[in-house]
Write a protein that binds this ligand. Structure first.
Ligand code: UD1
Length: 362
């Protein structure tokens, strides 16, 4: 059984780490195809090194571009590789343009698509990720859902065949690398001593970065929060480009604009922070995994359980709302059982072996 796994963006490298290991243990041969959607060393190569991911067998180097252009470039090149390899199945993660390109190329060649992190919905079609998810789910033969809500979302769309609730592979990654992170993370070099109060911030969604008014509100909120806290802000390249472009107010020195963190340093920061402020999907949950309350600067979330369990608050990109939410943030009470016990990747590998997805696909 040979699977071609398609990755391209930072969160996919993290999800692939536990899954690739589990596939290997189950005797499934995997070839990794890296689309090159993320290409800066600190957005890509660093993760392959830390997470001990197998070296990609194929590197496409598609780079940045408009959505259609970037996805189109991937589609053409992925198809050529799949035609040459004729794998038994193609595995994709999450909701990026790399996910959609991989799923579409495979489905058109009648290769079974395996979607890890299936069924998530924000019900906001202005998000490129929402379009990618819906399309990918409807092209997939095996769908691995992280939560009950995601399985219900699929059922509402009539997708019930091949659906498995397995928990969240991001939890597997958090547990797998927690100890190594404390040993090898470099957070201390980003921190001035041991601050009384620490806020960790990541902002990269196009809805926030590409709207000058929203981005300004977020920055002003961070500036205000820095009155009584140190704010660590590892800046995604998209956000850095926006910050360089427009005349934003200068931030106080306690808002530290840093290069994107490697995964180990990120884990340390998530653990050490008093509150996390983010618009990332993954970081909302990672904050919970590491016991830190989160404020999410978005009007909706795919990870509704984090809000229900009291670990996460949604706020508008509004300075006042953000500051109030951060000051009010406390650890939640609930434990979110459905994310699993850190064995989701093993379960996925076992289901793949049982499913005999290889049969008849060549
Ligand atoms: C992508 C995903 C998003 C995911 C995020 C994680 C889509 C539609 N979005 O968003 O769901 O949460 O990855 O980070 O696929 N850039 C660089 N170097 C890099 C990567 C990006 O300079 O290594 C810059 C480029 O200017 C690029 C911009 O960032 O145009 C945006 O990158 P892109 O991959 O298109 O989207 P992300 O915002 O990273």
């Amino acid at each position: 059984m040979e699977i071609v796994t398609i990755v391209g963006a930072r969160p996919q490298f993290i999800k692939a780490a536990p899954v690739s290991r589990a596939l290997q243990r189950a005797g499934i041969e995997e070839r990794i195809l890296h689309t090159g959607q993320h290409y800066d060393s600190n957005m890509s190569a660093v993760f392959f090194g830390e997470l001990l991911l197998p070296k990609p067998a194929h590197q496409l180097e598609v780079g940045s571009g408009h959505h259609g252009q970037q996805t189109g470039r991937m589609l053409e090149q992925i198809e050529a590789i799949l035609l040459e390899r004729t794998p038994d199945a193609v595995l994709v993660y999450g909701d990026t343009n790399s996910t959609l390109a991989g799923a579409l190329a495979a489905a058109k060649l009648n290769l079974p698509v395996i979607h890890v992190e299936a069924g998530l919905r924000s019900y906001n079609r202005t998000m490129p990720e929402e379009i990618n998810r819906v399309m990918t789910d409807h092209l997939s033969a095996l769908l691995f859902c992280p939560t009950k809500a995601s399985r219900e979302n699929l059922a509402r769309e009539g997708v019930v065949q091949g659906v498995h609730l397995v928990g969240d592979v991001m939890l597997d990654a958090a547990l797998m690398f927690g100890e190594l992170a404390e040993k090898h993370g470099t957070l201390d070099s980003c921190l001035p001593g041991d601050p009384d109060r620490l806020i960790l911030c990541t902002i990269h969604r196009s809805q926030n970065t590409d709207d000058e008014g929203r981005l300004r509100e977020i920055l002003e909120g961070l500036a205000e929060l820095a009155h009584d806290a140190e704010v660590l802000f590892p800046v995604h390249p998209r956000t850095r480009a926006r910050l360089a472009g427009a005349g934003f107010p200068e931030l106080p020195p306690r808002v530290r604009l840093l290069e994107p963190f490697p995964f180990f340093t990120m884990i340390q920061a998530l653990r050490r922070a008093d509150v996390v402020v983010t618009d990332s999907g993954g970081v909302q949950k990672e904050a919970y995994f590491h016991g830190t309350p989160c404020v999410t600067v978005r009007s909706e979330t795919e990870w509704v359980e984090t809000v229900e369990a009291g670990w996460n608050q949604l706020v508008a990109a509004d300075r006042r709302a953000m500051v109030e939410a951060v000051r009010a943030a406390r650890p939640g009470k609930g434990v979110i059982e459905e994310y699993g016990k850190g064995t989701s990747a093993e379960e996925i590998a076992a289901i793949l072996v049982r499913s005999g997805i290889a049969a008849g696909s060549k």
